[in-house]
Design a protein around this ligand. Structure first.
Ligand code: DCP
Length: 258
């Protein structure tokens, strides 16, 4: 889709031109957010995809001071969280949200500074799904206790309010697929840390996405968030290798944002 279309998207669904606009891709684990983000990146010259910092969570730097001097090691927080969720969920959710906050605040890529239209940053997930999908789910499962949940919500609200317009979304693309389909894709991609995930867990995350983005029954604490337009895309169909399906999905994005 052309930059002209994105410009119309900018002027109709968003506010003034020449500001960065932010769109987040949401959906269950392994639904295909990264694949879809790459399609968007290739289809629109004014769009920049900011990848989810998963590799950071798999390699948390641990500088340690020894008698011989400083040493560097790393730990896999994603693995620790799945291995012992009661011990590590709060720590994981804190770290993943902080690293995402950093990516949301990332300056625009140099090539987009020359852009004549409105540059758009696309995120794989957001600080909002961190809270209203994952952290909330872990709290409901008893893996984050009431004190940790109170602390999480307190700093999350504080940071979102402090950074205000710099992390506000102007659009959400919801890739919607059944938990069974996501389970199959998760098995196929074989990320080592996720091998213990059960269908039941994906079903809970699916319900959380539906409550937030379709039923609008999730209690959100930020006024602007309730008003963000949501485009729901059927991601049940395999789109990774099917260029016709990819084209259809991109047309829906174009129509929605024009
Ligand atoms: N995760 C989590 N809590 C968060 C964010 C992510 O527990 N607040 C976990 C879920 C996954 C991993 O981190 O095991 C990566 O999550 P995503 O679903 O965001 O990314 P995927 O790589 O699964 O996305 P896709 O396959 O759709 O591109």
């Amino acid at each position: 889709f052309s930059s002209a279309v994105f410009y119309r998207f900018a002027s109709s669904h968003m506010s003034r031109s020449n500001e960065i606009k932010r769109v987040s891709i949401e959906g269950n684990i392994a639904v295909g957010k990264s694949t879809f983000a790459k399609l968007l990146q290739n289809a629109g010259q004014d769009w920049e995809v900011i990848a989810e910092p998963v590799s950071k969570w798999q390699n948390v730097d641990q500088p340690t001071q020894t008698v011989d001097g400083a040493q560097q090691s790393s730990s896999n927080l994603l693995e620790m969280m799945y291995h012992d969720p009661k011990r590590w969920s709060y720590t994981f959710q804190t770290f993943s949200c902080m690293s995402r906050m950093r990516t949301h605040l990332q300056p625009l890529a140099a090539r987009l500074l020359q852009s004549t239209g409105t540059p758009v940053q696309v995120y794989e997930r957001s600080v909002y799904s961190d809270r209203y999908i994952f952290a909330l789910n872990m709290f409901e499962l008893g893996c984050i206790n009431s004190t940790e949940w109170a602390v999480y919500q307190d700093w999350h609200s504080f940071l979102v309010e402090q950074f205000g317009h710099r992390i506000q979304l102007e659009g959400i693309i919801y890739l919607r697929a059944s938990p069974q389909t996501c389970m199959e894709r998760l098995g196929r991609r074989g990320r080592m840390e996720e091998q213990g995930i059960q269908l039941d867990y994906l079903e809970k995350l699916h319900t959380k996405h539906e409550d937030w983005l379709i039923n609008k029954s999730t209690k959100v604490h930020f006024e602007h968030l309730a008003k963000v337009p949501v485009l729901v895309l059927d991601a049940e169909v395999e789109f990774e290798k099917d260029t016709k399906v990819q084209g259809d999905l991109l047309t829906k994005v174009k129509d929605f944002f024009s």
